[in-house]
Each structure stands twice: as structure tokens, then as C-alpha cells.
Design a protein around this ligand. Structure first.
Ligand code: PGA
Length: 249
């Protein structure tokens, strides 16, 4: 009842710093009386500088390197992100896994490093369409969770985003039963791995939009959304925030 839902906007490689700044100001000026929802913006790295946010608004980064510093051309350290007041960092997004060859071992290193800075990783997991069709969704999700969290003692600050790959950017949302089952299964795996932890939020992501947000947030086990396309448009993002806020558990 008192746990806040999360609405996270992953802008991917969209919006220049000035466009992003204006967008955040517009959201801040329009959305009022938010008490039950945490809103997180994930700009590109260039848009993380000089962003001033207070509750219920938070800043997230789309990526990080696990090392503290060094000869890693093009990479950004967690310390650099922390100085920008970043609180959340996306890890294991399917685009990073597929387009940039991020392995579970790399993802595991990132989560460990993020935790040493007391920041919050949002670990994205989700099956391919082939795995779903072959009835391997649960195996796939379990495998990702076990490998990505290997050797990690606590998931106190962890958020999971369940994002079936076939639903990302396709306009094809997972249905209620698929989401309910996947979230319940993820929760049960986490319970086995971390018997003392009950409150790891599980977000749904994959073609969330203004037409489906109201229904999706009502699914038991859904603690919010990770939104790509619809987070780029002011009216859409605000409408989804209001749908989530107005839903009282
Ligand atoms: P989408 O993206 O909302 O555009 O499907 C979701 C994501 O990639 O996190």
C-alpha cells in the first residue's frame, strides 16, 4: 500500500541536452500532487548535467562502466554519474545485450559496482519471441537472473524491469496473463535467491502507451513501467504518470 510505483522514461538516443531540459521542466510544471509515484528520467549521458530534481522526480543513466577510472575511451564511470546526481542506472537493457554484446558477466560487474556507490540498478530482463514460442520463457528469465545476480549479497536497492524483447518498440504489448505470470515467476526466483527480501519492485516495459497504461498498472505484481517511445512525448508521458498515480493499491 505504501510502496511507490515507478514511472521511468528511457529516452534512448533521443533529445539533445536543451530539448531534454525543456521536457523535464515541462513535466515538472505540469504534473502536480504526485504522492504515490516515483518518476525517473533517463536522458542520454550529455543530458545528465545540471538537472535539478526533487521528489517525486529522479535522474537515471542509461549505461555506465564498472571500473572507477582509466583507459576506457568513450565510457562513463559511476562516480561521474553520481556527481550529476544520478540515482538509478539501467543495466542489461536488451538493446545493450543485443547491439553492444553485453554479456551476463558484464552486467553482473556493473550491478556490483553500482551497489558499491549506493546507487540503484534497474536490471532489465526478458525473453525473445523464439524462447516464448518454445515455452522457454521461465528458463530464460531464471537464467538471466541467476547469472546477472551471481555473487550479489543483497538486492535491497535493486529494481527489475521485465521487458519481453518482442514487445520493445514493436507496439505489441504482452497481455495480462503473460505479464502476471512473468512477474510472479520473477518474484518467486528472487525469493529463492534472497529469502529475506520481499520488496524488489518489478516494472513492466514493452510498448507501454497512453491506451494500455491504465490496464497494465492494475495487473498484480506490476510496480510501474519502463517506457521508451511514449516517454518522449510530453502529453503521453504525463498521461501515463497520471494513470499510475491515480491507481491506488
Ligand atoms: P518501448 O521501449 O516502450 O518503446 O517499447 C521500452 C524500453 O526499451 O525500455
Amino acid at each position: 500500500m505504501n510502496k511507490k510505483n515507478i514511472v521511468a522514461g528511457n529516452w534512448k538516443m533521443n533529445k539533445t541536452p536543451s530539448e531534454g531540459n525543456r521536457f523535464i521542466c515541462d513535466v515538472k510544471n505540469t504534473v502536480k500532487d504526485i504522492h504515490c509515484t516515483e518518476i525517473i528520467f533517463f536522458p542520454a549521458s550529455t543530458g545528465l548535467v545540471d538537472i535539478q530534481l526533487d521528489n517525486p522526480f529522479h535522474l537515471g543513466a542509461q549505461n555506465c562502466h564498472w571500473e572507477t577510472s582509466g583507459a576506457f575511451t568513450g565510457e562513463i564511470s559511476i562516480e561521474m554519474l553520481k556527481e550529476c546526481k544520478v540515482e538509478y542506472i539501467l543495466v542489461g537493457h536488451s538493446e545493450r545485450r543485443q547491439l553492444f554484446n553485453e554479456t551476463d558477466a558484464i552486467i553482473n560487474k556493473k550491478i556490483r559496482s553500482i551497489q558499491t556507490y549506493n546507487m540503484k540498478p534497474i536490471l532489465c530482463i526478458g525473453e525473445t519471441i523464439d524462447d516464448r514460442k518454445s515455452g522457454l520463457t521461465k528458463d530464460f528469465l531464471k537464467n538471466q537472473l541467476v547469472k546477472d545476480l551471481e555473487g550479489i549479497d543483497s538486492i535491497e536497492n535493486l529494481v527489475i524491469a521485465y521487458e519481453p524483447i518482442w514487445a520493445i518498440g514493436t507496439g505489441e504489448t504482452a497481455n495480462e496473463e503473460q505479464i502476471y505470470n512473468a512477474h510472479g515467476y520473477i518474484k518467486s526466483v528472487l525469493k529463492k535467491l534472497y529469502p529475506d527480501t520481499n520488496n524488489c519492485p518489478i516494472l513492466y516495459g514493452g510498448s507501454v502507451n497512453t491506451k494500455n497504461a491504465k490496464e497494465l498498472i492494475q495487473i498484480s505484481g506490476v510496480d510501474g513501467f519502463l517506457i521508451g517511445g511514449a516517454s518522449l512525448d510530453l502529453d503521453s508521458f504525463i498521461s501515463i504518470i497520471n494513470d499510475v498515480e491515480n491507481f491506488r493499491r
